[in-house]
Write a protein that binds this ligand. Structure first.
Ligand code: HEC
Length: 170
């Protein structure tokens, strides 16, 4: 979140146009969070904008924030069976054997309440990059890029909600 307000307005490839921070937040509600759109003028939207602006205050303008964004991995051939084994030992403790998560602390990774198939995380390579750098949350950095790909492929072999295109703005 830190430094994000500085990045907007930003050109968005999917939209094919310049989008605002509010457009981006709305996208997170309907794709990443598999929720419903919120009003651009409502108190919820203002609260999220204010929060992101507030956490960004100490950050010098234009300077990259450590840990922001994805550090991309080379493309590897994943083995989802091996991924299932690592998932059971390294991830299930927080995210659940069935990927169901533990509300409100640990997000579900698949099933009814997880992010939907329109989310950025619904991409094996992107998830592998995220997981390799940030998970397991209590032991970050223990996974090799190959292991991160294996787990990501396993998670992507599981069901998740479809993005509701009625909510699509771009
Ligand atoms: C100690 C608890 C813990 C463990 C163990 C853990 N996670 Fe997480 N995970 C979290 C928390 C908390 C979040 C939400 C905050 C964040 O994204 O950092 C999260 C977020 C995620 C997300 C993003 C979900 C979303 O909706 O965007 C993915 C993917 C993920 N974890 C995968 C994994 C994988 C794969 C493993 C095993 C290698 C793992 N996690 C192990 C606590 C954990």
């Amino acid at each position: 979140m830190v430094g994000v307000p500085e990045a907007f307005p930003m050109f968005n490839r999917r939209a094919g146009r310049i989008i605002s921070l509010k457009d981006r937040i709305e996208e997170c509600f309907v794709r990443s969070e598999n929720g419903k759109p919120i009003s651009y003028d409502g108190p919820e939207m203002q609260a999220v904008v204010d929060y992101i602006t507030w956490v960004s205050k100490p950050q010098p303008r234009e300077e990259p924030f450590v840990g922001r964004g994805l550090v991309h991995l080379p493309s590897l051939q994943p083995d989802p069976k091996h991924g299932a084994q690592i998932y059971a030992t390294q991830c299930a403790g927080c995210h659940g054997q069935q990927g169901e998560g533990r509300s409100p602390l640990f997000p579900p990774l698949w099933g009814e309440y997880s992010f939907n198939d329109g989310a950025g995380m619904n991409d094996i390579t992107k998830m592998a990059a995220f997981v390799q750098h940030n998970m397991p949350q209590n032991r970050m950095g223990i996974l090799s890029p190959q292991e991160a790909f294996d787990i990501s492929a396993y998670i992507h072999s599981q069901p998740r909600p479809a993005f509701n295109h009625a909510f699509e703005r771009f």
